[in-house]
Design a protein around this ligand. Structure first.
Ligand SMILES: Cc1cc2nc3c(=O)[nH]c(=O)nc-3n(C[C@H](O)[C@H](O)[C@H](O)COP(=O)(O)O)c2cc1C
Ligand SMILES: Nc1ncnc2c1ncn2[C@@H]1O[C@H](COP(=O)(O)OP(=O)(O)O)[C@@H](O)[C@H]1O
Length: 311
């Protein structure tokens, strides 16, 4: 898959089959649209193109506002889309200029002149152009003039899947990673760098790799203990079982929110390595214990429960 960091880098295609959207999480609903895109591109001997936007306008206009959280980082989205067999991914910043294009100019300048769109596949409720004034009807109206066709993903199609990025975010915020997986079609994951913590883990028999996430906009599931699978990233040497902890370590009067992973049957130093953690089950919430011993006893119990879940 070819990736473009700006629409201006794109070389116009002969036969582009295009869809547009944010596709946060690349969930089952998105997958349905993307499979349709890839299938249609094959059928007409063309190339599939996804146009998406990053950074999100809110990130550009209000960098101090950290409330916008996304299911996938831009890199994770790229990987997920690539796995679906898409030919071209355009990730263009949603600048003021871009948002000020009228629907007509958007169609002519972006879809037709820049991309070479011959077919556009779009959700029934998709809006584009200044003030979100462009819609499916507008595309249909312009189609004969510019020689492209439009395919609508209907409301029924979308309701059939009954998935939305909002529902996935809500599930993750409650720690319900199983529901998130049902909607996504794959387990939710975090990708980051293993950094040093307080080195207390090893003293209680449960060393934990502390995960640092570069992207502050990535959604982190609710505090608690999870059954996880871990792999090295970007080159995996296979999945290892483990348990994940997200929380502020109230037992140690911790302040920062930590993401820590104890990997089973493993004793390597992995500081400075990137890992990916897949969240499979939620076990319990974060708790304050009255002693380190009580916490250690509970973690031993957690391990038994996680081993049972991941059997
Ligand atoms: C499975 C698991 C469950 C945990 N549960 C709690 C908890 O309920 N309360 C808490 O304060 N810390 C909990 N922790 C975090 C430990 O306090 C932490 O891993 C330990 O202090 C080591 O920290 P370090 O990596 O900075 O050395 C848990 C850790 C793991 C791996
Ligand atoms: N089974 C394991 N699970 C997680 N990390 C392990 C394991 N065995 C060894 N390690 C290493 O030990 C580190 C965690 O030890 P710990 O005492 O918790 O220190 P820190 O507080 O710096 O995370 C990890 O970052 C990793 O390099």
């Amino acid at each position: 898959m070819k990736v473009y960091k700006h629409i201006d880098e794109f070389q116009k295609l002969e036969t582009a089959v295009v869809t547009i959207g944010t596709f946060d999480g690349v969930h089952l609903g998105h997958r349905k649209i993307i499979s349709r895109l890839v299938e249609e591109a094959r059928r007409v001997n063309g190339e599939s193109v996804i146009l998406t936007f990053f950074p999100h306008p809110r990130m550009i206009l209000h960098p101090e506002d950290q409330s916008l959280k996304l299911i996938s980082t831009i890199e994770e989205k790229r990987e997920l889309i690539e796995q679906l067999g898409v030919d071209h991914l355009i990730v263009t910043p949603f600048t003021r200029d871009f948002s000020n294009l009228s629907p007509d100019n958007y169609i002519k300048q972006i879809l037709v002149d820049k991309i070479g769109t011959k077919k556009i596949i779009i959700g029934y409720d998709h809006h584009f152009g200044k003030d979100r004034a462009g819609d499916f009807a507008k595309l249909q109206e312009c189609a004969p003039l510019f020689g492209f066709s439009v395919e609508e993903i209907t409301e029924e199609d979308i309701h059939d899947v009954a998935v939305s990025s909002t529902k996935v975010r809500q599930a993750l915020t409650m720690g319900d990673v199983t529901t998130a997986q049902d909607f996504l079609g794959y387990p939710f994951h975090l990708t980051g760098l293993v950094i040093r913590g307080d080195q207390i883990g090893r003293t209680i028999g449960f060393p934990t790799a502390n995960l640092f996430l570069e992207e502050t906009y990535k959604l982190i599931p609710a505090d608690g203990i999870y059954a996880v699978m871990v792999e090295e990233y970007p080159v995996s040497k296979g999945l290892l079982k483990g348990m994940g902890y997200i929380g502020t370590r109230p037992t140690l009067n911790g302040m920062s929110r930590n993401i820590e992973i104890n990997i089973f049957d493993f004793d390597k130093d992995i500081y400075g390595q990137n890992i990916r953690v897949h969240f499979l089950y939620f076990l319990r919430g974060d708790m304050k214990f009255h002693s380190l011993q009580k916490l250690t006893d509970q973690i031993s119990q957690d391990k038994l429960a996680v081993m049972d879940l991941l059997r």
